[in-house]
Design a binder for this molecule. Structure first.
Ligand code: ATP
Ligand code: MG
Length: 553
């Protein structure tokens, strides 16, 4: 028997050890989005990682809205995040939390810190606080308010809560160490006065906790064991630990950092995506050129393809950027056995089979997916007038071109051998019609072995064709030049969207519904757009072309 090598990532190794040593009895993870934008592919990594760990260890996974900062939060974002998370991992209602529901408890923990002499109300201005904080090379100085009595602090903090101070007039600070080499430990602010309307708590609070104080408490309240976050929080870990320790949680959570997912030449940061949306460069947060989850879903990416992608990428402690081609590989792999392969002509030229009787039609049997016979077959009508793709015809063929050109014979997929006899151009020289003859002996499936042809092309029967609009996408960034220009602006690719208004598809497509995807044979995978498709206007998004530049090892 072969030995199976199970390699665990570094987070799993930490969890194994924690369970072995009895640090924790179960595993509980969470995904804590701030509802200030739509989720993107990087968030999917975090969701699938945290959810995957909880599942693997028979633990629990929570979705928790980190909604402690009301300035940027919107109900629209809460809704979209819920939809995205449920799309990825299914129903989450039983494990759904809002950090803002803990405001009362956070307030109590702040009071506890004051009582322990571990927090104080400070009246320095923001500029003074910055000045007193010191730098990476110089220690900070103590605030003149640092040695206030517990009683005074309790009274002042209560006044902060009761709205007796103007916004920004004072803050509550943790009393840690102004000379710590870690600047985060130099008496960080834990509460501020700010009169802001909150989407959940309304106008109940005029003080709000800061992230570094709120987050560990949220984790601890829920019983999170492993609080997994991205590398930029590494320097905040000592503060995280200080908070859970000073608040005296019995089973404090543990923070573990991993590297963010970046894609080469792809815009992932929420604030950059927001810019593209707000500047009207894209058609909303779900524009299929973006890598938000709503855009990927609209474009036709599946949860399975994202899960496969995250699996391939793995979890690491070092930042790096992954090739987008790897994501394309995953969606092709996911769809290849599942989706029907049908014929579609994106840039049509009419073909007339001059020796085919007018009014006659034959139904050609075609496999729905030659790699998956279980998907069955269908009948495609073949008749005198057909469409083929412009790309499949050349007046003067380049070397090694085996498709249609004057005098050449090719196979029309699932049908007959067809020879080009002649063509018609318009006044600009553009080919508008091709005249061909077919050989009745060569019908597909008839067992004809008389001769061979080198090219096979797809076609669509003109009188039965279904009309559609097809949108082709390329990277929204000009990859040659990288993501940013010298002035910091984004380097946009003017050809990121091509709209083909009049494409012809075989009649089988009459059944296509919003969100369905198909392989267009020889061309790629396409998905019926959920937003712009109507009763009488079919719109397809190209998910990915057939060509691949990524090879898995
Ligand atoms: P962005 O960088 O796009 O603004 P964010 O980190 O501000 O994202 P949050 O809503 O605060 O977004 O993040 C929710 C969770 O998702 C956090 O735990 C964060 O670490 C994680 N996360 C965000 N971006 C990535 C990424 N690119 N790869 C992996 N995890 C990510
Ligand atoms: Mg953020």
């Amino acid at each position: 028997m072969e030995n199976e090598v199970v390699s665990k990532n570094f987070i799993e190794q930490i969890i194994d050890k924690d369970l072995e040593e009895g640090t924790y009895e179960t595993v509980m993870t969470r995904f804590p989005p701030e509802p200030n934008g739509y989720l993107h592919i990087g968030h999917a990594k975090s969701i699938l990682l945290n959810y995957g760990l909880a599942k693997k260890y028979n633990g629990t996974f929570n979705l928790r809205f980190d909604d402690t900062n009301p300035t940027k939060e919107k109900t629209e974002f809460v809704q979209s995040i819920l939809e995205d998370v449920e799309w990825l991992i299914g129903d989450i209602k039983d494990n759904l939390y809002y950090a803002s529901n803990y405001f009362e408890q956070m307030y109590e923990y702040a009071v506890k810190l004051i009582k322990k002499g571990k927090a104080y109300v400070c009246h320095l201005t923001p500029e003074e606080i910055r000045e007193y904080r010191g730098t990476l090379t110089e220690p900070g100085k103590n605030s003149p308010y640092r040695e206030r009595s517990v009683e005074e602090n309790l009274e002042l903090f209560e006044k902060m809560k009761n709205g007796e101070f103007e916004d920004g007039a004072c803050v509550l600070r943790a009393k840690i160490d102004m000379s710590s080499p870690n600047i985060n430990m130099r008496d960080p602010i834990i509460y501020r006065v700010a009169r802001m309307h909150h989407h959940n708590t309304g106008d109940k609070w005029c003080i709000y906790p800061m992230y570094d104080f709120a987050h560990p408490i949220e984790d601890a309240i829920e019983g999170i064991t492993h609080s997994i976050c991205t590398l930029e929080f590494e320097d905040h870990r000592p503060l995280y630990n200080w908070v859970v320790e000073e608040c005296e949680f019995v089973h404090p959570p543990k923070q573990i950092e991993f590297a963010k997912l970046y894609l080469q030449n792809v815009i992932t940061g929420k604030r950059y995506i927001k810019r593209l949306v707000e500047d009207g460069i894209v058609d909303g947060w779900d524009d299929p050129r973006l890598v938000t989850l709503s855009a990927l879903r609209r474009r036709g990416f599946t949860r399975e393809s994202l899960a496969m992608f995250m699996e391939l990428v793995g979890v690491s402690k070092a930042n790096s950027a992954v090739d987008y081609a790897m994501l394309e590989y995953c969606i092709r792999e996911d769809l290849k056995m599942k989706k029907p392969r049908l014929m579609a002509v994106l840039d049509p030229i009419k073909v007339v089979i001059t020796n085919y009787p007018e009014g006659q039609v034959e139904y050609m049997e075609a496999s729905n997916n030659p790699e998956n016979e279980e998907m069955g077959t269908r009948k495609v009508p073949f008749c005198r007038e057909l469409y083929i793709d412009r790309d499949d015809f050349k007046i003067e063929p380049p070397k090694k071109y085996f498709r249609l050109y004057p005098g050449n014979e090719v196979r029309f997929m699932n049908a007959y051998f067809v020879t080009c006899q002649d063509y018609i151009t318009d006044e600009t020289g553009k080919v508008v019609e091709i005249h061909c003859t077919y050989d009745p002996e060569t019908r597909s499936g008839s067992g004809f072995t008389g001769r061979k042809v080198k090219g096979t092309i797809h076609w669509v029967p003109a009188p039965y064709a279904v009309e559609a609009e097809v949108r082709l996408y390329e990277n929204i960034i000009d990859e040659e030049k990288g993501v940013y220009n010298e002035d910091g602006s984004l380097n946009l690719n003017p050809d990121s969207l091509t709209v083909l208004k009049k494409c012809y598809l075989e009649p089988e497509f009459k059944e296509a519904k919003k969100g369905d995807s198909f392989q267009f044979v020889r061309q790629g995978y396409f998905c019926v757009d959920t937003k712009d498709t109507t009763e009488d206007h079919l719109v397809f998004n190209r998910i990915v072309s057939m060509k691949s530049s990524y090879k898995p090892n």
